[in-house]
Design a protein around this ligand. Sequence first.
Ligand SMILES: [Zn+2]
Length: 99
Amino acid sequence: MLFKCPHCGDATVPLRDKIKTSLWAAVHCGGCGGRIAAYPWILAGVYFAHAWNVMWWVGLYHFNGKPVYFAYMVLLWALIEGLSVRFVPLARLRARHPS
Ligand SMILES: [Zn+2]
């Protein structure tokens, strides 16, 4: 699975690097060498969803005491992470050393 580089438009970004961008890291395009990161505002929304997910299920567990809520929490966490890797768009970063 490859994602399109926002600099050159070629599908050069491997899934491994796409996951790195969801951890606020910048990666380099294998084709043109451009620096790429996830859109920060959208990524902030993903992190908000993660925080909400954890608080929601921990809160339910607090009131109802059912351990199965932690399984739901993990499932939803994986879902949010999967959606984030699939749908958060990649943004161009300016090169650190202009050539
Ligand atoms: Zn590129």
